[in-house]
Write a protein that binds this ligand. Structure first.
Ligand code: NOJ
Length: 658
């Protein structure tokens, strides 16, 4: 502590006012920081155009005066950083982390003379900052009543948003509206098209032990942070030292450039231990059959998770070249109305018809990974009572993947009803990730906390569902949804969209896509775990040829090259396999037909066999959904492919190096 004080007070006299710039390494982005009349503000420019006007920074505290006014600048320290790191898995094998940093050490001039630091990191593709509060003799803990961070963007820009504080958490369709309409809180990443043509996304990185940040207009009509409260209204209870999550504004010349922004990962720490046991996975599931009503989660005649079904699916995985199998409804607690049953889920005991050790053994003998399942229904207390034993149980049976779920509008934590995205929710999700790592378990979290890049530190967190996924098909999804996700939700990390539904015309779940589009998702929607969600007979018998793409497509990539995109209209991306010289391309369109000339100049030199899966001329997401053309051609980097995406359609191409 004293060392810290000596360090920050140094020899220089504190400044009562300050006006200085931090520039991005390429000089195009400038962040201006000012101390005026005891308050700190920042503003942001790109190419001399204003992106964020003068915005206030500060924290309101419960039972204490706010950390906001009466400040002086004791010291500031600059640093530049440039490093390239290798991911365990992801959209890129190597990520460059390059920024200029300034830390502003601030102190109150009177009263308790409390200290805090504002640390800014300015990248070529955005700005970030956080509050850091050291422990002080009379200031050891605090209760955040409100975070006063503003993002004073032009209100005439348009935002793509989903509502916060709603029962279905992040599982909503996106709306586009002018920023001046954002009077109710919305989730981040909040993607914005500015009036002068830039694309921004406001988000956060390294969310630990704090409420998740939502965004809304404050009383002064400025876009600002709204931290998810706890049930007593406080935003966070913290012991010092404490750093808030990074506040991030990604800044791009156009929306497509946002999709390769890796600031969120860069603002997280490298892992402290080796995670070389982590492996991305493609998996099928005893799951969709429940959705279409053939099987049930509950026990009974049509129970899905039986030993026999599991063994059949394991055989199918083996034949189809799919490495994993998710089994839902295997444990006690599903009978009756499971959403209303209360905290009855028991993660230590399989139901009578499901011999877990026998299934696990059979899977192992056949080289298939079981993906376990924990539906907590949001009863976190009940889950935390069992979680370690439940992980150990799975680990002892050789089960290394778990999909936990937190269905329900609330979490029950410490006997209280809390938001999933509150500080207590965030802490629970984190505890689960760290405990899973201890048992070498990899996670695909449904109803999760949003991604803030912590998978850099915890690579066993392979993916999350955490957005409206394919289970909402059958009426609640339109084709435009998956042309919005790459520019919004997917900026926060991968998503298990539960792709690969081939039974598109089923009466219970009619799907609003074409068949070719289901294949495109494996490229357009990145996820460290990719599901092939339909039943095996659709892959083995009914659409055998289309399935070949799912078998071939990798989960983890060497490089990602976005090709074309307009939010809500279409998105095309090329990715290179991490373990071969092959490239893959996926494209999706909204309800409109879209013809593209796909330039293959991203390819390396040499000849490739293009295996093309595209919509038939008469394909449409409402009729002729299964109309698909599968063809091969020899191509090189000088070639183009002309491809028509049908309304609600898409395409997938494997470019196999010859
Ligand atoms: C709700 C989830 O949304 C769904 O995907 C899952 O199958 C059920 N919970 C059961 O866990």
């Amino acid at each position: 502590m004293f060392k810290f004080l000596r360090f920050i007070f140094g020899r220089k006299k504190p400044l009562l006012s300050y006006d200085g710039n931090i520039s991005s390494p390429d000089g195009r982005i400038i962040c201006n920081v000012r101390l005026e009349d005891g308050q700190v503000y920042y503003s942001v420019y790109k190419d001399n155009k204003i992106i964020i006007r003068k915005s206030r920074l500060g924290l309101d505290l419960r039972g204490d005066s706010p950390l906001l006014n009466d400040l002086m600048l004791v010291r500031s320290l600059n640093k530049s950083f440039d490093d390239t790191w290798e991911t365990y898995w992801g959209e890129e094998r190597f990520i460059r982390n390059n920024y200029n940093e300034t830390a502003f050490y601030l102190a109150e001039r009177s009263g308790k003379k409390r200290l805090f630091t504002l640390r800014f990191r300015i990248f070529d593709n955005g700005i970030s900052f956080r509050y850091e509060i050291p422990p002080q003799p009379e200031f050891q803990r605090l209760v955040v009543a409100d975070e006063l961070t503003e993002f004073n963007v032009d209100l005439n820009g348009y935002a793509w948003h989903i509502p916060a504080y709603q029962p279905d958490r992040y599982e909503y369709n996106y709306s586009r509206s002018p920023i001046y309409e954002l009077t109710n809180s919305v989730h981040t990443p909040l993607t914005i098209e500015t009036p002068v043509g830039y694309a921004l996304s406001i988000h956060e990185a390294a969310l630990y032990n704090y409420g998740s940040m939502t965004i809304r207009l404050n009383r002064n009509n400025i876009l600002s942070s709204d931290i998810t409260p706890l049930s007593d209204g406080a935003k966070a209870y913290v012991e010092l030292p404490f750093n808030t999550p990074w506040r991030v504004v990604m800044i791009a010349d156009n929306a497509l450039d946002l999709t390769t922004n890796h600031m969120i990962l860069n603002l997280n720490e490298p892992p402290k231990e080796s995670f070389d046991w982590v492996k991305p996975l493609k998996f099928m599931g005893i799951w969709w059959a429940m959705f279409v009503g053939e099987w049930t989660w509950a026990e009974g005649e049509r129970h899905g998770a039986t030993t026999e079904h599991a063994k059949d699916y394991i055989d199918a995985c083996k034949r189809l070249g799919i490495q994993g199998l998710l089994v839902e409804g295997w444990n006690n607690g599903w009978n009756g109305d499971w959403l209303q049953n209360g905290p009855t889920n028991d993660f230590l005991h399989p139901v009578k018809g499901f011999d877990l050790p026998a299934v696990a053994k059979y899977a192992k003998e056949n080289g298939v990974e079981i993906v376990g399942h924990h539906e907590t229904v949001g009863y976190v207390d009940n889950y935390e009572n069992q979680i370690e034993e439940a992980y150990r149980y799975y680990a002892n049976e050789g089960i290394h993947y778990v999909k936990p779920g937190y269905a329900g509008a609330w979490m029950t934590i410490q006997g209280r009803r809390e938001y999933h995205h509150s500080q207590l929710g965030v802490r629970h999700y984190q505890m689960a990730v760290e405990l899973a790592a201890k048992y070498h378990i990899m996670l695909d979290v449904h109803e999760p906390i949003k991604g803030t890049g912590i998978e850099r530190t915890w690579p066993n967190l392979l993916t999350r569902e955490g957005a409206r996924g394919q289970e909402y098909e059958g009426g609640a999804l339109s084709p435009s949804h998956t042309t919005i996700l790459p520019f919004t939700r997917l900026l926060s990390g991968g998503m298990d969209y539960t792709s690969g539904i081939f039974d598109l015309t089923n009466g219970t779940k009619r799907i609003a896509t074409t068949l070719a589009r289901q294949l495109a998702y494996y490229v357009t929607i990145f996820s460290g775990m990719q599901m092939a969600a339909d039943r095996p007979k659709f892959y083995e018998e009914i659409q055998k040829d289309a399935f070949k793409f799912i078998r071939d497509v990798p989960v983890s990539w060497e490089r990602t090259v976005p090709i074309l995109g307009q939010i809500g209209q279409y998105y095309i991306v090329a990715r290179k396999d991490r373990n071969s010289d092959d490239w893959y391309v996926g494209g999706v369109t909204n309800e409109e037909r879209h013809r593209v000339r796909l330039n293959l100049d991203f390819l390396d030199s040499g000849t490739y066999e293009a295996q093309i899966y595209r919509d038939g001329e008469d394909a449409h997401y409402r009729e002729n959904q299964l109309s698909i053309i599968i063809e091969t051609r020899r191509v090189g980097k000088m070639d183009n492919l002309d491809i028509m995406m049908a309304p609600g359609g898409g395409f997938a191409v494997r470019l196999k190096k010859l």
